[in-house]
Design a protein around this ligand. Structure first.
Ligand code: GDP
Length: 530
């Protein structure tokens, strides 16, 4: 007999959407939630997006601790599956959290605007997926508009993202001539009518043999083009191989139009079937598998409450094994302390009363007062465990902190160290001089840091620009070599908040030059929390 734990784990699908701003992530998220019956939340996804255009709005939303927290994780049921969709903040609130969310998922859905092709943010997020070989499903969006030729876009994905594309659907025309998609996965033709919401399951027309004359009746002259395309494709693309997808060397590709809700159901149907259930996770001293009876998991994001009257935080916690029950006792591994998880939130897109348990793949929110850091492991068993692979990511933006009142230096230092622990920003102390240099993946992190220093630590700080453009943690087997590297680059060396040696470079170009000059020094793009 299969245990309840194994059954619940097998039906979980935990994923994030990776895309460049404006590709259609918000629109697609809303459509996915509609299929999951979580209609109320669909509106708030858009509301949140609208609100992120100004820092003040963002902060007041954080203050109310409403929408942004609930839309950070959206759980909904679809068919026999329980889907956890983790928000990957984009636009102005693009930050290290965006990267770190991807360490907590089992798969990713990549959305590409077919007029724009592969854009920079998508490349960055794919790089993070590649670190763990996270399987990726691709959705090419906005086929109702003119865009690149489908074969051309696939070639671009393969070239820029180094992943083999296997189309499981194929578009018939585009823009004004967009006729629909042919579902290669099921051998069905789906016809597109502009402006019509195809949420209802219309099933499509089943045409397994492409020589079927019904194809010509339905598509007219576009039928021959489809045949030609598919013939070309059969010669050019490998068939779908599930193992290759799971290893992240192949990505199944779907075409559609999110705003018209076209191709979305086919995407979701295939996604829940193909995407993996939670699997084993890397940890020290051994990997942890979801079917282990004893509960475990890790924190991948800490969200502060911006209201100074309520200093509590929510730690986002991914369950990796066992069953969570409200009120259970767990061990906070870093502190070696027992804590009771009474005040935990289970994220859901629908209001469902009395949910008292959660399973591997699910995300719970744990309220705390600053005792939980990014990467912290909690377990219910006796084992000493530490999940790995939830790192800091090399920042790309830098500022020097200016303190308005020098008497507050101590509070500044304390505040920055705590904010760094929480993952809000990264803090570096150059070996030369006593400044604080802040590093971030997204610039909004700087504004949030200044606002939080004031609200939570009573410190008024400001920034000035600083001439750095890239950072790497450095190490070398040979201590002498590292000392030599340090001495030669003294003005660019710093320690981060956990005292790890870091090389701050003026530009990515200077960085690669230095890397060439010191081939035996290792330059790390990520650093594990200690
Ligand atoms: P996000 O920034 O990735 O979350 O993108 P949004 O979902 O907000 O979409 C960006 C813009 O593209 C919005 O104006 C959407 O209405 C529009 N959009 C989204 N999907 C489609 C589509 O399938 N076709 C067209 N023509 N526009 C779309």
């Amino acid at each position: 007999m299969i245990s309840k734990l194994a059954k619940e784990t097998a039906r979980r699908r935990t994923f994030g959407i990776i895309s460049h701003p404006d590709a259609g992530k918000t629109t697609l998220t809303e459509k996915l939630l509609l299929f999951g019956g979580a209609i109320q939340l669909a509106g708030s996804v858009k509301a949140r997006k609208a609100a992120t255009h100004a820092l003040s709005d963002w902060m007041s939303i954080e203050q109310e601790r409403g929408i942004s927290v609930t839309s950070s994780v959206m759980q909904f049921d679809y068919r026999d599956y329980t889907v956890n969709l983790l928000d990957t903040p984009g636009h102005q609130d693009f930050s290290e959290d965006t990267y770190r969310v991807l360490t907590a998922v089992d798969s990713a859905l990549m959305v590409i605007d077919h007029a724009k092709g592969v854009e920079p943010q998508t490349e960055k997020l794919m790089e993070v997926c590649r670190m763990r070989n996270t399987p990726v499903v691709t959705f090419i969006n906005k086929l109702d508009r003119e865009g690149m030729d489908p074969l051309e876009i696939l070639a671009q994905i393969e070239d820029k993202l180094q992943i083999e594309c296997v189309p499981l659907s194929w578009p018939v025309g585009m823009g004004k001539q967009f006729k629909g998609v042919y579902d290669l996965y099921r051998g069905q033709l789906h016809l597109f009518t502009p402006g019509r919401d195809t949420r209802a399951d219309e099933g499509g027309v089943t045409i397994r043999d492409l020589d079927d004359p019904r194809l010509d009746e339905l598509l007219g002259s576009a039928a021959d083009k489809l045949r030609e395309d598919l013939e070309l494709l059969a010669g050019a693309a490998n068939p779908y191989d599930h193992q290759e997808f799971l290893k992240a060397s192949q990505t199944p590709v779907f075409f559609g139009s999110a705003i018209n809700n076209f191709g979305v159901k086919e995407l979701l149907d295939a996604f829940v079937e193909l995407a993996p259930a939670p699997g084993c996770r890397p940890a020290e001293p051994r990997p942890v598998c979801p079917d282990e009876e004893s509960f475990s998991g890790f924190t991948f994001k800490v969200q502060a409450n911006m209201n100074p009257a309520h200093r509590d935080r929510i730690a986002f916690f991914r369950i990796c094994s066992g069953r969570f029950q409200r009120g259970m006792k767990v061990k906070h591994q870093r502190l070696g302390k027992e804590v009771v998880l009474s005040n935990a939130t289970i994220f859901m897109a629908q209001d469902r009363a009395n949910v008292e348990e959660a399973y591997p793949g699910d995300i719970i929110g744990i309220h705390n007062h600053g005792t939980i850091k990014i990467g912290d492991t909690f377990t219910a068993g006796k084992d000493e465990l530490r999940f790995t692979g939830i790192p800091n990511f090399a920042p790309e933006h830098f500022r020097r902190v200016l303190l308005k009142n020098p008497l507050k230096a101590k509070q500044l230092s304390k505040g920055l160290v705590q904010l760094a622990e929480e993952g809000a920003v990264q803090v570096f102390r150059p070996l030369q001089g006593g400044d604080f240099i802040l590093g971030a993946v997204g610039v909004l992190q700087f504004e949030v840091t200044v606002a939080r220093l004031k609200a939570e630590y009573g410190v008024e700080a400001d920034y000035e620009p600083v001439a750095y453009g890239a950072a790497r943690w450095v190490s070398a087997d040979d201590r002498k070599l590292l000392e030599e590297f340090k001495a030669k680059n003294w003005n660019n060396m710093a320690l981060d908040a956990e005292e790890h040696l870091t090389f701050l470079s003026e530009s990515p170009w200077m960085l690669s030059r230095t890397m060439e000059m010191f081939p035996r020094v290792t330059f790390h793009k990520t650093r594990e929390h200690s």
